[in-house]
Ligand binder design. Structure first.
Ligand code: MG
Length: 202
């Protein structure tokens, strides 16, 4: 199983980090060892002092495909869930300044907490509300209508480079409101009002 992720897919988030709007998706990956499931706690790593939450909608690939046409992309994922793309912002800033890859800042152990996955046909994918609270206080709220690149576009785009296989996951980008987490915090992620993520930072 592989995890692909898109950076910079919501304009307000691009602005808050002072980044340029990309002319094609910015893609990175996380290793399978990044995954946390079943609301296991996230253990704050000792190599960073600035771990940020990024709440994202995650697509689960349902069959093998490569060079998928955008108009057929919807046939290649059948479930959606929520994920946190934990990012060591201090490490990422150093790496970006040197033009180096982001792997250490994005792919470390526990950097991809995942919710359960739900059938996509139960949702209006172009108008999905999702929200993150930290200790009961709203931090991020997004709607998929605000994405620069749609789910189908992203699936088609990444499949030109990576053969997609059943069970692969695609993080589809975070809305504005990213910020630091601290040991003792409780993160709660909802999709259309349903609590799917609810875990602690230790
Ligand atoms: Mg992200």
């Amino acid at each position: 199983m592989k995890i692909l992720a898109v950076g910079r897919n919501y304009l307000e988030h691009i602005k808050e980090l002072g980044n340029q709007t990309p002319d094609e998706p910015v893609i990175f990956s996380k290793p399978e060892t990044a995954v946390l499931r079943n609301n296991e706690p996230f253990y704050y790593p000792d190599f960073s002092q600035d771990i940020h939450h990024e709440l994202e909608i995650v697509l689960k690939i349902s069959k093998t495909g490569e060079n998928i046409e955008e108009k057929f992309a919807h046939k290649y994922y059948d479930e959606i869930g929520l994920g946190i793309d934990f990012t060591a912002r201090d490490l990422q800033a150093k790496l970006k300044a040197k033009g180096l890859p982001w792997d250490l800042a994005k792919g470390f152990n526990g950097s991809a907490p995942l919710s359960e996955f739900l059938p996509k046909q139960d949702y209006d994918l172009k108008n999905l509300n999702f929200r993150l609270e930290v200790n009961g206080e709203g931090r991020q709220s997004g709607n998929t209508s605000l994405m620069i690149y749609s789910f189908d576009y992203l699936v088609a785009f990444v499949s030109r480079y990576f053969t997609l296989k059943t069970g692969d996951l695609i993080f589809t980008g975070t809305p504005a409101g990213v910020g630091p987490v601290h040991p003792g915090d409780r993160l709660t992620g909802t999709l259309e009002g349903q609590v799917l993520l609810d875990f602690e930072v230790k």
